[in-house]
Design a protein around this ligand. Structure first.
Ligand SMILES: Cc1ncc(COP(=O)(O)O)c(C=O)c1O
Length: 395
Protein backbone atom coordinates (compact mmCIF):
# COMPACT_ATOMS: atom_id res chain seq x y z
CA UNK A 1 0.00 0.00 0.00
CA UNK A 2 1.51 3.38 -0.99
CA UNK A 3 1.93 6.09 1.67
CA UNK A 4 -1.51 7.75 1.58
CA UNK A 5 -0.01 11.17 2.26
CA UNK A 6 2.68 11.03 -0.38
CA UNK A 7 2.32 12.08 -3.99
CA UNK A 8 4.87 13.47 -6.41
CA UNK A 9 8.29 14.36 -5.04
CA UNK A 10 7.22 15.72 -1.67
CA UNK A 11 4.48 14.95 0.83
CA UNK A 12 1.11 16.34 -0.19
CA UNK A 13 1.08 19.39 2.12
CA UNK A 14 4.33 20.54 0.52
CA UNK A 15 3.16 19.80 -3.02
CA UNK A 16 0.02 21.90 -2.51
CA UNK A 17 2.22 24.82 -1.49
CA UNK A 18 4.28 24.76 -4.67
CA UNK A 19 1.77 23.47 -7.24
CA UNK A 20 1.62 25.56 -10.41
CA UNK A 21 4.71 27.62 -9.54
CA UNK A 22 6.58 28.82 -12.62
CA UNK A 23 8.99 31.43 -11.26
CA UNK A 24 11.11 31.52 -14.41
CA UNK A 25 8.28 32.50 -16.73
CA UNK A 26 6.49 34.72 -14.19
CA UNK A 27 9.33 37.13 -13.36
CA UNK A 28 9.74 35.44 -9.98
CA UNK A 29 6.11 36.01 -8.98
CA UNK A 30 5.23 33.18 -6.59
CA UNK A 31 1.54 33.20 -7.40
CA UNK A 32 0.90 32.33 -11.05
CA UNK A 33 -0.63 35.44 -12.65
CA UNK A 34 -4.22 35.44 -13.85
CA UNK A 35 -4.47 35.27 -17.65
CA UNK A 36 -7.78 36.69 -18.86
CA UNK A 37 -7.50 35.11 -22.27
CA UNK A 38 -10.15 33.90 -24.64
CA UNK A 39 -7.82 34.40 -27.61
CA UNK A 40 -4.23 33.33 -28.08
CA UNK A 41 -2.72 35.02 -31.16
CA UNK A 42 -0.30 33.39 -33.60
CA UNK A 43 2.01 34.97 -36.19
CA UNK A 44 1.09 32.47 -38.92
CA UNK A 45 -1.82 30.31 -39.99
CA UNK A 46 0.45 27.25 -39.79
CA UNK A 47 1.31 27.92 -36.15
CA UNK A 48 -2.35 28.38 -35.18
CA UNK A 49 -3.27 25.17 -37.01
CA UNK A 50 -0.44 23.30 -35.26
CA UNK A 51 -1.58 24.57 -31.84
CA UNK A 52 -5.18 23.64 -32.61
CA UNK A 53 -4.13 20.06 -33.36
CA UNK A 54 -2.69 19.83 -29.83
CA UNK A 55 -5.37 21.95 -28.20
CA UNK A 56 -5.66 19.86 -25.03
CA UNK A 57 -1.92 20.20 -24.39
CA UNK A 58 -1.06 23.74 -25.41
CA UNK A 59 -2.68 27.18 -25.68
CA UNK A 60 -4.84 27.77 -28.74
CA UNK A 61 -8.19 29.04 -27.48
CA UNK A 62 -9.06 29.93 -23.87
CA UNK A 63 -11.93 27.42 -23.85
CA UNK A 64 -9.40 24.57 -23.71
CA UNK A 65 -7.13 26.10 -21.06
CA UNK A 66 -4.90 29.00 -20.09
CA UNK A 67 -1.68 29.19 -18.05
CA UNK A 68 -3.94 29.98 -15.06
CA UNK A 69 -6.07 26.84 -15.46
CA UNK A 70 -2.95 24.74 -16.11
CA UNK A 71 -1.52 25.96 -12.79
CA UNK A 72 -4.66 24.83 -10.94
CA UNK A 73 -4.70 21.52 -12.82
CA UNK A 74 -1.15 20.90 -11.60
CA UNK A 75 -2.40 21.18 -8.00
CA UNK A 76 -5.45 18.98 -8.65
CA UNK A 77 -3.29 16.27 -10.20
CA UNK A 78 -0.96 16.30 -7.23
CA UNK A 79 -3.80 16.31 -4.71
CA UNK A 80 -5.24 13.03 -5.97
CA UNK A 81 -2.06 11.57 -7.42
CA UNK A 82 -3.56 11.68 -10.92
CA UNK A 83 -1.93 12.11 -14.31
CA UNK A 84 -4.58 14.38 -15.83
CA UNK A 85 -7.07 16.97 -14.56
CA UNK A 86 -10.00 18.79 -16.16
CA UNK A 87 -11.70 21.86 -14.69
CA UNK A 88 -15.41 22.52 -15.28
CA UNK A 89 -17.96 25.05 -14.09
CA UNK A 90 -19.29 23.27 -10.97
CA UNK A 91 -19.18 20.01 -9.05
CA UNK A 92 -22.39 18.92 -10.72
CA UNK A 93 -20.81 19.85 -14.06
CA UNK A 94 -17.93 17.46 -13.33
CA UNK A 95 -20.41 14.62 -12.79
CA UNK A 96 -22.55 15.43 -15.86
CA UNK A 97 -19.57 15.92 -18.19
CA UNK A 98 -17.89 12.71 -17.02
CA UNK A 99 -21.01 10.57 -17.52
CA UNK A 100 -21.80 12.23 -20.85
CA UNK A 101 -18.21 11.66 -22.00
CA UNK A 102 -18.08 8.00 -21.02
CA UNK A 103 -21.56 6.78 -21.99
CA UNK A 104 -23.52 6.41 -25.20
CA UNK A 105 -27.01 5.35 -26.19
CA UNK A 106 -27.63 1.69 -25.30
CA UNK A 107 -25.20 1.70 -22.36
CA UNK A 108 -26.26 0.82 -18.84
CA UNK A 109 -25.11 2.78 -15.77
CA UNK A 110 -25.08 1.80 -12.09
CA UNK A 111 -25.40 4.64 -9.56
CA UNK A 112 -25.30 4.38 -5.78
CA UNK A 113 -28.58 5.48 -4.25
CA UNK A 114 -26.58 7.45 -1.68
CA UNK A 115 -25.16 9.71 -4.41
CA UNK A 116 -25.63 13.49 -4.31
CA UNK A 117 -29.27 13.85 -5.32
CA UNK A 118 -28.72 16.08 -8.40
CA UNK A 119 -26.46 13.27 -9.76
CA UNK A 120 -29.48 10.97 -9.63
CA UNK A 121 -31.66 13.68 -11.20
CA UNK A 122 -29.15 14.10 -14.03
CA UNK A 123 -29.43 10.37 -14.80
CA UNK A 124 -33.23 10.43 -14.57
CA UNK A 125 -33.85 13.66 -16.46
CA UNK A 126 -31.07 13.71 -19.05
CA UNK A 127 -29.11 10.48 -19.57
CA UNK A 128 -32.44 8.71 -19.78
CA UNK A 129 -33.45 10.93 -22.73
CA UNK A 130 -30.27 9.94 -24.54
CA UNK A 131 -30.86 6.19 -24.26
CA UNK A 132 -28.69 5.46 -21.20
CA UNK A 133 -30.53 3.35 -18.63
CA UNK A 134 -29.57 3.72 -14.96
CA UNK A 135 -30.05 1.24 -12.13
CA UNK A 136 -29.65 2.53 -8.57
CA UNK A 137 -28.04 0.31 -5.96
CA UNK A 138 -27.61 0.02 -2.20
CA UNK A 139 -24.30 1.77 -1.34
CA UNK A 140 -23.26 -1.17 0.89
CA UNK A 141 -23.59 -3.63 -1.98
CA UNK A 142 -19.84 -4.36 -2.22
CA UNK A 143 -18.96 -7.27 -4.51
CA UNK A 144 -22.67 -8.22 -4.75
CA UNK A 145 -22.82 -5.55 -7.42
CA UNK A 146 -21.98 -8.47 -9.71
CA UNK A 147 -25.65 -9.52 -9.47
CA UNK A 148 -26.86 -6.32 -11.14
CA UNK A 149 -24.12 -5.91 -13.74
CA UNK A 150 -25.28 -6.39 -17.31
CA UNK A 151 -23.23 -6.98 -20.45
CA UNK A 152 -23.98 -3.37 -21.44
CA UNK A 153 -23.00 -1.89 -18.02
CA UNK A 154 -20.22 0.56 -18.88
CA UNK A 155 -19.90 2.71 -15.75
CA UNK A 156 -20.38 2.19 -12.01
CA UNK A 157 -20.83 5.53 -10.24
CA UNK A 158 -19.83 5.59 -6.56
CA UNK A 159 -19.73 8.21 -3.84
CA UNK A 160 -18.09 7.68 -0.46
CA UNK A 161 -19.27 8.61 2.06
CA UNK A 162 -22.74 9.02 0.56
CA UNK A 163 -24.48 12.39 0.52
CA UNK A 164 -26.74 12.93 3.56
CA UNK A 165 -26.56 9.30 4.81
CA UNK A 166 -22.73 8.89 4.84
CA UNK A 167 -22.44 5.17 3.97
CA UNK A 168 -18.83 4.37 3.10
CA UNK A 169 -18.68 2.22 -0.01
CA UNK A 170 -16.27 -0.65 -0.52
CA UNK A 171 -14.76 0.83 -3.67
CA UNK A 172 -12.01 -1.82 -4.16
CA UNK A 173 -14.62 -4.63 -4.05
CA UNK A 174 -16.86 -2.78 -6.51
CA UNK A 175 -13.93 -1.90 -8.77
CA UNK A 176 -12.78 -5.51 -8.98
CA UNK A 177 -16.22 -6.64 -10.22
CA UNK A 178 -16.59 -3.66 -12.56
CA UNK A 179 -13.16 -4.11 -14.11
CA UNK A 180 -13.62 -7.87 -14.55
CA UNK A 181 -16.78 -6.99 -16.53
CA UNK A 182 -15.06 -4.28 -18.57
CA UNK A 183 -16.82 -1.34 -16.84
CA UNK A 184 -15.26 1.84 -15.45
CA UNK A 185 -15.57 3.16 -11.91
CA UNK A 186 -16.29 6.85 -11.32
CA UNK A 187 -16.21 8.24 -7.79
CA UNK A 188 -17.51 11.48 -6.28
CA UNK A 189 -14.62 12.19 -3.89
CA UNK A 190 -15.83 15.56 -2.62
CA UNK A 191 -16.20 14.60 1.08
CA UNK A 192 -12.50 13.76 1.43
CA UNK A 193 -11.55 16.74 -0.80
CA UNK A 194 -9.03 14.32 -2.33
CA UNK A 195 -6.99 14.91 0.80
CA UNK A 196 -8.14 11.96 2.88
CA UNK A 197 -8.86 9.48 0.07
CA UNK A 198 -6.61 8.68 -2.88
CA UNK A 199 -9.09 7.21 -5.37
CA UNK A 200 -6.64 5.72 -7.85
CA UNK A 201 -5.05 3.53 -5.15
CA UNK A 202 -8.43 1.84 -4.70
CA UNK A 203 -9.43 1.07 -8.28
CA UNK A 204 -11.25 4.27 -9.26
CA UNK A 205 -10.82 5.23 -12.93
CA UNK A 206 -12.21 8.77 -12.82
CA UNK A 207 -12.57 10.96 -9.72
CA UNK A 208 -14.93 13.94 -9.64
CA UNK A 209 -15.01 16.63 -6.99
CA UNK A 210 -16.85 19.84 -6.25
CA UNK A 211 -14.00 22.34 -5.91
CA UNK A 212 -16.84 24.54 -4.66
CA UNK A 213 -16.49 22.81 -1.25
CA UNK A 214 -13.18 22.42 0.62
CA UNK A 215 -10.76 23.31 -2.17
CA UNK A 216 -12.45 26.67 -2.79
CA UNK A 217 -13.04 26.76 0.95
CA UNK A 218 -14.65 30.21 1.20
CA UNK A 219 -18.17 29.74 -0.23
CA UNK A 220 -17.47 32.15 -3.06
CA UNK A 221 -16.99 30.06 -6.20
CA UNK A 222 -18.42 27.20 -8.24
CA UNK A 223 -16.05 24.77 -9.89
CA UNK A 224 -15.58 21.06 -10.52
CA UNK A 225 -12.54 18.85 -10.91
CA UNK A 226 -12.24 15.65 -12.97
CA UNK A 227 -9.05 13.62 -12.59
CA UNK A 228 -7.77 10.34 -13.99
CA UNK A 229 -4.63 8.36 -14.71
CA UNK A 230 -5.42 7.18 -18.25
CA UNK A 231 -4.83 9.55 -21.14
CA UNK A 232 -7.60 7.91 -23.21
CA UNK A 233 -10.14 8.73 -20.47
CA UNK A 234 -8.83 12.28 -20.30
CA UNK A 235 -9.27 12.74 -24.06
CA UNK A 236 -12.85 11.45 -23.99
CA UNK A 237 -13.95 13.56 -21.02
CA UNK A 238 -12.03 16.69 -22.06
CA UNK A 239 -13.80 16.45 -25.42
CA UNK A 240 -17.14 16.32 -23.58
CA UNK A 241 -16.16 19.26 -21.32
CA UNK A 242 -15.16 21.46 -24.25
CA UNK A 243 -18.12 20.33 -26.38
CA UNK A 244 -20.46 21.44 -23.60
CA UNK A 245 -18.56 24.74 -23.50
CA UNK A 246 -17.00 24.42 -20.04
CA UNK A 247 -14.24 27.02 -20.03
CA UNK A 248 -12.19 27.42 -16.84
CA UNK A 249 -12.79 30.95 -15.51
CA UNK A 250 -9.45 32.61 -14.73
CA UNK A 251 -10.35 34.46 -11.53
CA UNK A 252 -12.05 31.37 -10.11
CA UNK A 253 -9.03 29.23 -11.05
CA UNK A 254 -6.87 31.68 -9.13
CA UNK A 255 -9.14 31.49 -6.08
CA UNK A 256 -9.25 27.69 -6.23
CA UNK A 257 -5.45 27.47 -6.43
CA UNK A 258 -5.25 29.82 -3.45
CA UNK A 259 -7.68 27.51 -1.67
CA UNK A 260 -5.45 24.51 -2.40
CA UNK A 261 -2.54 26.23 -0.62
CA UNK A 262 -4.38 26.13 2.71
CA UNK A 263 -6.50 23.01 2.18
CA UNK A 264 -4.32 20.84 4.44
CA UNK A 265 -4.50 23.23 7.40
CA UNK A 266 -8.21 23.93 6.98
CA UNK A 267 -9.47 20.41 6.45
CA UNK A 268 -7.60 19.14 9.51
CA UNK A 269 -9.32 21.81 11.62
CA UNK A 270 -12.74 21.17 10.03
CA UNK A 271 -12.29 17.46 10.78
CA UNK A 272 -11.23 18.02 14.38
CA UNK A 273 -14.07 20.45 15.13
CA UNK A 274 -16.52 18.17 13.32
CA UNK A 275 -15.55 15.26 15.56
CA UNK A 276 -15.82 17.43 18.70
CA UNK A 277 -19.35 18.52 17.74
CA UNK A 278 -20.37 15.03 16.66
CA UNK A 279 -19.18 13.47 19.94
CA UNK A 280 -20.91 16.16 22.00
CA UNK A 281 -24.18 15.72 20.08
CA UNK A 282 -24.05 11.91 20.29
CA UNK A 283 -24.09 12.15 24.10
CA UNK A 284 -27.18 14.39 24.22
CA UNK A 285 -30.57 12.90 25.19
CA UNK A 286 -32.37 14.74 22.32
CA UNK A 287 -30.32 12.88 19.67
CA UNK A 288 -31.22 9.52 18.18
CA UNK A 289 -28.03 9.14 16.14
CA UNK A 290 -25.04 10.99 14.81
CA UNK A 291 -23.97 9.64 11.44
CA UNK A 292 -20.26 10.20 10.99
CA UNK A 293 -17.93 7.81 9.13
CA UNK A 294 -15.55 7.85 12.12
CA UNK A 295 -18.32 6.46 14.36
CA UNK A 296 -18.94 2.73 14.63
CA UNK A 297 -22.67 3.03 13.89
CA UNK A 298 -21.97 4.48 10.42
CA UNK A 299 -22.45 1.85 7.68
CA UNK A 300 -19.01 1.21 6.22
CA UNK A 301 -17.12 2.58 9.25
CA UNK A 302 -14.62 -0.31 8.97
CA UNK A 303 -14.04 0.58 5.31
CA UNK A 304 -13.50 4.21 6.27
CA UNK A 305 -10.87 3.09 8.80
CA UNK A 306 -9.21 0.88 6.18
CA UNK A 307 -9.18 3.29 3.21
CA UNK A 308 -9.47 6.89 4.44
CA UNK A 309 -6.80 8.77 6.36
CA UNK A 310 -9.15 11.27 8.07
CA UNK A 311 -12.50 13.00 8.03
CA UNK A 312 -13.80 16.42 7.04
CA UNK A 313 -16.34 18.48 9.01
CA UNK A 314 -19.57 17.19 7.46
CA UNK A 315 -21.90 14.73 9.22
CA UNK A 316 -25.57 13.91 9.83
CA UNK A 317 -27.72 14.18 12.95
CA UNK A 318 -31.06 12.48 13.65
CA UNK A 319 -33.27 13.81 16.46
CA UNK A 320 -35.34 11.43 18.59
CA UNK A 321 -38.57 10.56 16.79
CA UNK A 322 -40.59 12.18 19.58
CA UNK A 323 -39.64 15.49 17.89
CA UNK A 324 -41.36 16.75 14.78
CA UNK A 325 -39.90 18.48 11.73
CA UNK A 326 -41.44 21.71 13.08
CA UNK A 327 -39.42 21.25 16.31
CA UNK A 328 -36.27 20.69 14.26
CA UNK A 329 -36.94 23.74 12.10
CA UNK A 330 -37.42 25.88 15.23
CA UNK A 331 -34.15 24.61 16.60
CA UNK A 332 -32.30 25.30 13.33
CA UNK A 333 -33.71 28.81 13.09
CA UNK A 334 -32.59 29.47 16.70
CA UNK A 335 -28.93 28.72 15.98
CA UNK A 336 -26.78 31.84 15.72
CA UNK A 337 -23.54 30.35 14.37
CA UNK A 338 -25.03 27.82 11.93
CA UNK A 339 -26.80 29.64 9.09
CA UNK A 340 -29.30 27.42 7.26
CA UNK A 341 -28.10 26.80 3.72
CA UNK A 342 -26.93 24.42 1.01
CA UNK A 343 -23.33 23.51 0.36
CA UNK A 344 -20.46 22.97 2.78
CA UNK A 345 -16.66 23.06 2.86
CA UNK A 346 -16.45 26.81 3.43
CA UNK A 347 -14.89 28.47 6.48
CA UNK A 348 -18.31 28.81 8.11
CA UNK A 349 -20.49 26.36 9.97
CA UNK A 350 -23.80 25.50 8.32
CA UNK A 351 -26.87 23.41 8.95
CA UNK A 352 -29.41 22.06 6.48
CA UNK A 353 -32.45 19.81 6.77
CA UNK A 354 -33.19 16.79 4.59
CA UNK A 355 -35.50 13.83 4.46
CA UNK A 356 -33.53 10.66 3.75
CA UNK A 357 -36.64 8.53 4.35
CA UNK A 358 -38.48 9.56 1.20
CA UNK A 359 -36.07 8.76 -1.56
CA UNK A 360 -34.32 5.45 -0.75
CA UNK A 361 -35.70 2.45 -2.64
CA UNK A 362 -32.90 -0.12 -2.48
CA UNK A 363 -32.35 0.12 1.28
CA UNK A 364 -33.82 1.71 4.39
CA UNK A 365 -32.42 4.58 6.37
CA UNK A 366 -32.65 2.92 9.79
CA UNK A 367 -33.91 5.89 11.87
CA UNK A 368 -37.24 7.67 12.20
CA UNK A 369 -36.61 11.12 13.66
CA UNK A 370 -36.12 14.48 11.90
CA UNK A 371 -32.77 14.80 10.14
CA UNK A 372 -30.28 17.64 9.71
CA UNK A 373 -26.79 17.84 8.26
CA UNK A 374 -24.13 19.86 10.04
CA UNK A 375 -20.99 21.37 8.60
CA UNK A 376 -18.35 22.29 11.19
CA UNK A 377 -16.62 25.51 10.17
CA UNK A 378 -13.45 27.11 11.45
CA UNK A 379 -15.07 28.93 14.39
CA UNK A 380 -14.06 28.07 17.94
CA UNK A 381 -15.57 24.63 18.80
CA UNK A 382 -16.57 25.83 22.30
CA UNK A 383 -18.71 28.61 20.80
CA UNK A 384 -20.25 26.15 18.33
CA UNK A 385 -21.13 23.70 21.10
CA UNK A 386 -22.70 26.50 23.20
CA UNK A 387 -24.77 27.46 20.18
CA UNK A 388 -25.92 23.87 19.62
CA UNK A 389 -26.81 23.62 23.32
CA UNK A 390 -28.91 26.76 22.98
CA UNK A 391 -30.59 25.28 19.86
CA UNK A 392 -31.41 21.97 21.56
CA UNK A 393 -32.97 23.97 24.38
CA UNK A 394 -35.53 25.30 21.86
CA UNK A 395 -36.81 21.84 20.93
C1 LIG B 1 -21.04 15.28 -2.78
C2 LIG B 1 -21.29 16.42 -3.71
N1 LIG B 1 -20.93 16.30 -5.00
C3 LIG B 1 -21.15 17.28 -5.89
C4 LIG B 1 -21.75 18.45 -5.51
C5 LIG B 1 -22.03 19.50 -6.55
O1 LIG B 1 -21.19 20.60 -6.41
P1 LIG B 1 -21.62 22.02 -6.99
O2 LIG B 1 -22.49 22.63 -5.95
O3 LIG B 1 -20.32 22.72 -7.20
O4 LIG B 1 -22.33 21.77 -8.27
C6 LIG B 1 -22.16 18.63 -4.19
C7 LIG B 1 -22.82 19.88 -3.77
O5 LIG B 1 -23.37 20.00 -2.70
C8 LIG B 1 -21.93 17.58 -3.27
O6 LIG B 1 -22.33 17.68 -1.99
Amino acid sequence: MPDKNKTGKYKIDTELGIAGHDLKNNHGALNPPVYHASTFAFPTVEELDAANLKKFDTFSYGLYGTPTSYALEDGLRKLENANHAIIVGSGLGSIAVTLAGLLKSGDHLLVSESAYHPTIKFCKNFLNKFGVETTYYDPMIGSNIKKIMRPETKVVFTEAPGSITFEVQDIPAIAKVAHDAGALVVMDNTWSAGYYYKPFDFGVDVSVQAITKYIGGHSDLFMGSITMRERALYDKIKLAASSFGHSPQPDDCYLALRGLRTLAARIKQHGETGLALAKWLAARPEIEAVIHPAFENCPGHEIWKRDFSGSCGLFGVVLKDSYSETDRNRMMAGLKLFPIGYSWGGYESLVVHDNPYQSRKTYNFPYKGPYMRIHAGLEDPDDLIKDLEHGLGLL
